[in-house]
Design a protein around this ligand. Sequence first.
Ligand code: ZN
Length: 79
Amino acid sequence: MFMCRDLVENIMDYIDNELDLKTLEELEKHAGECPECRAFVDTYKKMLELAGKLKDSSFVTPEIRNRLKTLLKSKIKPS
Ligand SMILES: [Zn+2]
């Protein structure tokens, strides 16, 4: 079953459109049913849009992505 931590795990690939169809469907289904994850996806997208406006897309380096991922993981605790 798709959990909040799976969403966090896959958010980068989701934003990059690199998820396979099955994972994409499960992620969107979960986001549709889970207000926290929906807010999380929205916030994340806005954040990247903002970063894209401030600098070019190379602003979001793999290092920044990893840091972000660690931060996000620490916010969603596995139940
Ligand atoms: Zn969730």
